[in-house]
Design a protein around this ligand. Structure first.
Ligand code: FES
Ligand SMILES: [Fe+2]
Length: 381
């Protein structure tokens, strides 16, 4: 059964309307935008599969031959550092009959398929296919398909669309916001993957609004980043952001890079690089969540943590990781409970709070509205 075009077209019209509301009348999208499988499929095909998605940090792949696997939509991927230092995103499917070649992370000289032992070099070229010479399948006659990658500030991005425009050239304002943190220099210390039963947009909105901080995170975040001190920050077509300022009573969380201002040392800068990367940048800690949508009500979250230099001790880093685990658990519990009711015909289109607390959600709606009008028409699906 195909998607219900009339329904999706009406929802797109409604989205344009909500995204165009003046700030004083800002409201959230009604529940069906987070629960309708047809709308989800439309989002995936019309823009999500054409966007840049962060998959991890550059220094997760330190040596030539280091790799990790991940998946974007229906494409299983191997991220690998090649002999010449290039980071590639290769299709993680054997060219013989489609067996995945690798799982998890590790270091390898070659990938050998576990099914019939075809093997591949680190750059994806076929190395050997047993008993296939007479069929014309010879070393270097076929390769694993490769996807576009781009590196920015120590993050690795992949785009499934071969015609995608470059990413970094669009990030001048965000670059300026982060300039003093030395984000690219931060050292990878942790990565983790979880499946959450929520719509991808719910996590974007949750991560980017400060309204819930003091309510959902009274012990974990409120002492450092209470709702009341949060201030909306820069936004443009590529991202939105806010500053979660620390109270004067809070102890220092470290100095970080030498060029940071006193204000930058006393806040976390949270941004969403549209559509699926969510980042908390603080002086000594960088936390990034990559959302990989799986279904209308399910996502995979791959999150990484990096730190500045050696300032934080191992014990302090463990403490920060435990804190972020708890914060993510608190958010996940709320989002999974909320998701259960979003298909209700009463799921509201409630008023949003003032811009310092939920203005980033309006920026996100404007991004969605632009994305859905500039890509394919509903009826072309
Ligand atoms: S599927 Fe890989 S060698 Fe057959
Ligand atoms: Fe939260």
């Amino acid at each position: 059964m195909g998607i219900n075009h009339n329904k999706v077209a009406a929802m797109v019209t409604r989205l344009h309307g909500v995204a165009g509301l003046p700030e004083a009348q800002a409201q959230c999208l009604p529940g069906q935008f987070y629960s309708c499988p047809d709308f989800y499929q439309f989002e995936v095909e019309s823009f999500l599969k054409k966007e840049w998605h962060c998959v991890g940090r550059v220094d997760e792949l330190a040596e030539a031959g280091d790799f990790f696997t991940t998946q974007l939509f229906e494409e299983p991927l191997i991220l690998i550092k090649g002999d010449e230092g290039t980071i590639r995103a290769l299709s993680n499917l054997c060219r013989h009959r489609g067996m995945p070649l690798a799982e998890g992370k590790g270091h390898t000289r070659r990938f050998v398929c576990s099914y019939h032992a075809w093997s591949y070099e680190r750059d994806g070229r076929l190395a050997h296919a047993p008993r296939m010479q007479e069929k014309g399948v010879t070393p270097h006659s076929c390769s694993l398909p490769e996807f576009k990658t781009e590196l920015w500030n120590g993050f690795i991005y992949v785009n499934l669309d071969d015609n995608a425009a470059p990413l970094a050239t669009r990030l001048g304002n965000l670059e300026a916001l982060l300039a003093n943190y030395q984000t690219a220099e931060m050292r990878h210390v942790h990565s983790q993957e979880e499946i959450w039963n929520t719509n991808w947009k719910c996590l974007v909105e949750n991560f980017m609004e400060a309204y819930h901080l003091s309510v959902v995170h009274p012990k974990t975040l409120h002492p450092y980043t209470p709702t009341g001190l949060s201030r909306k920050s820069m936004a443009d077509e590529a991202f939105t952001s806010y500053c979660a300022n620390y109270p004067d009573s809070a102890a220092s969380r470290g100095l970080g890079a030498p060029g940071l201002s006193a204000e930058e040392r006393r806040r976390s800068t949270l941004f969403c690089l549209f559509p699926t990367q969510l980042v908390s940048q603080a002086a000594t800690l960088l936390v990034s969540l990559s959302i990989q949508p799986l279904a209308v009500d399910q996502i995979r979250v791959r999150w990484t943590v990096a730190t500045y230099g050696e300032e934080l001790s191992a014990a302090e880093l463990d403490e920060r990781l435990a804190l972020w685990n708890e914060v993510n658990r608190e958010d996940r519990e709320k989002l999974e409970r909320m998701q259960r009711g979003l298909a209700s015909r009463h799921a509201p289109s409630g008023q949003l709070s003032p811009a310092d607390f939920e203005g980033t959600i309006c920026d996100f709606y404007r991004y969605l509205s632009r994305s859905l009008s500039s890509h394919i028409a509903v009826t072309e699906l």
